[in-house]
Write a protein that binds this ligand. Structure first.
Ligand code: GUN
Ligand code: ZN
Length: 434
């Protein structure tokens, strides 16, 4: 007799709502729970006594009792090609781009650099428990191709796009409105909707795209109704002044994108730190999402993102590592940095909210909440195992916690890649901590 079930025992946690609006109704928590997977999809998550599958029909068991089993992290903004220049000292964004980022991205004209970079990127993300990323490739088609190929090989849900940049950057890194359009279109045809892969139309930011190129990006968005639009917004004061000069007719930074049809419910804007009220209102009205990148915002001295402002306006938010501006691939570390930013702004930021943002909140930002980010029946079974005893200090501290909120808080504040015991992709182990 053949059966197809995988069963995972553990301290099971997932969100189906936002804790800030639904409180304890937002999550499902089963400390001695079971997750049953059928052909890579969630069949059941809950109490073993309520499992619809008899134990003898389970062919594969994973016993993670005492460890947290939750959906994989979603990184809503990251630059895989910047992995080799993480931790490069600079006073601010535009200097950092010119000094480290652009020269490094230039190396991706070489297809071997693209291939090897993609392998390293997914090794790092899986080791940190990130199972889906919205990633910015370089201007080179091959950089996006290599990431898609490697994500496909590992069966990952993954979104990227070739960066569009036709001005204010070195010659070796620029395309043209026409070549950028044509190359993006061929990537969309090759990869968008293939298996678990999706495409994001990716103008780098308003500084490096002419109005003609942003117009072409708007045209690209019409090629399919589930393409994403991925860019940067209002990260740094000098950047904002530059955009003001380059787009004199725009009412504000966001309007430079809006004029070309690039603001909508499929748009993801990284940073969005220094927003005017009209910009927040427009983001909320259009249901566009913000990627909160606290480690990068602190590292580059960009500013303090106002989570309270996003909450008040009802703007969807996800967490972004923004490596190489960000300093870690760990969403645990990034959430801890987010907590500290909120502390400085006197904005309460609970651990349950942070874990929601790093899973279902991120999935919602990318329009993927039906596929990933929770253990709802039928979801793709990408899950991670977090070990509260990863270090002696953590073990001692976690033994003192009494509530779920407290446990999550300690994991977020102390956490890093050492806490990720295992990462599974569609049920199968993709990384196990040695
Ligand atoms: N703005 C334009 N390009 C970049 C980038 O590569 N990183 C960050 N953090 N901001 C940007
Ligand atoms: Zn970025």
């Amino acid at each position: 007799k053949t059966s197809r079930y995988t069963a995972v025992k553990g301290n099971i946690l997932y969100f189906t709502e936002d804790p800030r609006t639904r409180g304890e109704k937002a999550w499902h928590h089963h400390p001695d729970g079971i997750l049953i997977i059928e052909n890579g999809f969630v069949h059941f998550a809950g109490d073993p006594s309520e499992s619809p599958v008899p134990e003898e029909e389970v062919t594969t068991w994973h016993d993670y009792s005492g460890k947290l089993v939750m959906p994989g992290f979603v990184d809503t903004h990251v630059h895989p090609p910047q992995l080799p220049i993480i931790a490069s000292n600079s006073t601010e964004l535009l200097h950092w781009l010119d000094t480290y980022t652009f020269p490094e991205e230039g190396r991706f004209a070489d297809s071997e650099v693209c291939r090897e970079g993609a392998v390293h990127f997914f090794d790092e993300t899986l080791k940190n428990g990130t199972t889906t990323s919205l990633a910015m490739a370089t201007v080179h088609t091959e950089s996006a191709d290599a990431l898609f190929r490697e994500a496909e090989r590992r069966n990952l849900r993954f979104i990227t796009g070739k960066t569009l940049m036709d001005t204010n950057a070195p010659d070796f890194l620029t395309d043209t409105p026409e070549s950028g359009f044509d190359e993006s279109l061929s990537l969309i045809r090759r990869w968008h909707g293939k298996g678990r892969l999706g495409y994001a139309v990716t103008p780098r930011f308003a500084v490096t795209s002419t109005p003609e190129q942003l117009e072409a990006a708007g045209e690209l968005m019409k090629q399919a109704d589930d393409l994403l639009m991925h860019t940067h917004l209002s990260e740094n004061h000098e950047e904002i002044q530059t955009v003001r000069k380059l787009f004199p007719k725009a009412k504000h930074y966001l309007d430079a994108y809006d004029r070309f049809g690039l603001v909508g419910n499929r748009s993801v804007f990284a940073h969005a730190i220094h927003l005017r009220d009209e910009e927040s209102e427009r983001l909320a009205e259009s249901k566009a999402a913000i990627s909160f990148c606290p480690s990068s915002n602190l590292f580059l001295g960009s500013g303090l993102f106002r989570m309270d402002n996003a909450e008040r306006h009802g703007i969807p938010v996800g967490i972004g590592s923004d490596v190489g501006g960000g300093t870690s691939f760990s969403q645990l570390h990034t959430m801890a940095e987010g907590f500290k930013v909120c502390q400085l702004c006197r904005t309460p930021f609970s651990a349950t909210t942070a874990f929601y943002l790093a899973t279902l909140g991120g999935a919602r930002s990318l329009g993927l909440e039906k596929s990933i980010g929770s253990f709802t029946k039928g979801a793709e079974a990408d899950f991670i195992v977090i070990d509260p005893e990863a270090t002696p200090l953590a073990a001692r501290r976690c033994s003192r916690t009494e509530t779920l909120e407290e446990l999550l808080f300690v994991l977020m504040i102390l956490g890093d890649d050492r806490f990720i015991k295992a990462t599974h992709v569609m049920g199968k182990p993709a990384y196990t901590r040695p």
